[in-house]
Design a protein around this ligand. Structure first.
Ligand SMILES: C[S@@+](CC[C@H](N)C(=O)[O-])C[C@H]1O[C@@H](n2cnc3c(N)ncnc32)[C@H](O)[C@@H]1O
Length: 200
């Protein structure tokens, strides 16, 4: 194992577990927001920590544009090779304001999603606050992360997720176990955390 995401880019899309995770995330997103409905056709989406775009490519057919951002150059290179016509793949760290597009339509999103990203961030709560600020009023934030068994375990707990979404002043919160992966002896639950930017 390495902790450099660049090392995982080649072959990421061949991993059946990550594909299954993206499928389950998209299914729950569609259930939650009716993403395949006509209301979304004119909307802009940010896929934060998009990796090779496994979730991006599922969302893109139903919306106007997906801006897909990741700090891993190699992950973004794989996504760029897919040449999805309404996807802007951006390498950079938007949390540090370190992307060339800042100031160039890098806000005003109707949906920001983060699939298996937030638990890896050094300042999860701060990140949600930054991302919430990039939403249009009434825009949605949706994340999926492995559920941690306690505050020190890998992943996020229900309480940590709820606290971060509340601290980012998101409303209409939904924080719950949404699906799980089963291996031989282990069950690995996944949480969804969703909220809406206030319209005032
Ligand atoms: C487990 S992968 C998930 C990738 C993708 N969302 C998927 O479901 O296939 C985590 C991703 O988060 C990205 N990442 C980590 N920190 C980030 C940050 N500060 N900004 C953007 N992306 C980040 C990594 O480079 C990696 O591609």
């Amino acid at each position: 194992m390495t902790d450099d995401w660049n090392d995982y880019a080649d072959g990421w899309d061949d991993n059946s577990d990550v594909r299954r995770y993206a499928n389950r995330a998209f299914a729950s997103l569609d259930d939650h927001l009716n993403l395949r409905g006509k209301d979304w056709r004119s909307k802009r989406v940010l896929d934060f920590g998009c990796g090779t775009g496994l979730l991006t490519e599922k969302i893109a057919p139903y919306v106007e544009e997906v801006v897909a951002v990741d700090t891993s150059e190699n992950m973004i290179a794989v996504l760029q090779e897919k040449q999805l016509h309404n996807v802007r793949a951006v390498h950079g760290d938007i949390l540090a304001g370190d992307v060339p597009e800042v100031g160039n339509r890098f806000s005003g999103f109707d949906l920001i999603c983060a699939s298996s990203v937030c638990a890896f961030l050094p300042d999860y709560s701060g990140a949600v606050a930054v991302l919430a600020g990039l939403l249009n009023k009434g825009g949605h934030f949706v994340q999926w992360d492995w559920q941690a068994s306690d505050d020190d375990g890998f992943g996020l707990t229900l309480n940590q997720m709820k606290a971060a979404l509340e601290a980012a002043r998101l409303g209409s919160l939904r924080v719950e176990r949404i699906f799980e992966f089963k291996s031989d002896e282990q069950v690995m639950p996944v949480l969804i955390g969703a909220g809406v930017r206030n319209t005032e």
